[in-house]
Design a binder for this molecule. Structure first.
Ligand SMILES: Cc1cc2nc3c(=O)[nH]c(=O)nc-3n(C[C@H](O)[C@H](O)[C@H](O)COP(=O)(O)O)c2cc1C
Length: 125
């Protein structure tokens, strides 16, 4: 099994056809479209969206007073959190939200964790 970056039906068929792999995993696109494999198999689409390429702070955040190191940190680690946020949306039956504000999706989970951590008794009794 191979996973990571497969987005086109032709690319997948080529990897399967030449014996590189016998099973392909699809990760990030499925957080936005649980039906993605079926749509590829049926021929409804040839290529899945590459949303990961767009996951950078929006201009208004990139131009904000936020320290440059913080912006770089969010742009590096945030995309993974953005996809986790989509999974939470699905789990809560809200469905994925691909238009979610980038900064919110890339930092929201950390802010929630921080809030929860602040409410914990520490050190524990
Ligand atoms: C929300 C999310 C959760 C993931 N959780 C795991 C995990 O628990 N263990 C793991 O080995 N990979 C995990 N992955 C990585 C995927 O299995 C996959 O290897 C990776 O996303 C690259 O494939 P892609 O380009 O199709 O996204 C996760 C990916 C996403 C988007």
């Amino acid at each position: 099994m191979v996973t990571g970056g497969f987005r086109t039906k032709s690319g997948m068929n080529s990897a399967l056809g030449n014996g590189v792999t016998n099973l392909i995993g699809i990760g990030r696109p499925m957080t936005l479209d649980l039906d993605a494999p079926n749509r590829l198999l049926s021929g409804a689409v040839e290529k899945l969206d590459c949303v990961e390429l767009e996951l950078k702070l929006d201009d208004r955040d990139a131009e904000s007073e936020m320290p440059e190191e913080t912006k770089a940190f969010i742009n590096k680690l945030g995309p993974g959190l953005w996809f986790q946020y989509q999974v939470m949306q699905i789990r809560r039956d809200r469905g994925p939200d691909r238009h979610m504000r980038k900064k919110r999706g890339m930092t929201g989970l950390q802010e929630n964790d921080l809030k929860a951590a602040n409410e914990l008794e520490w050190p524990p009794e």
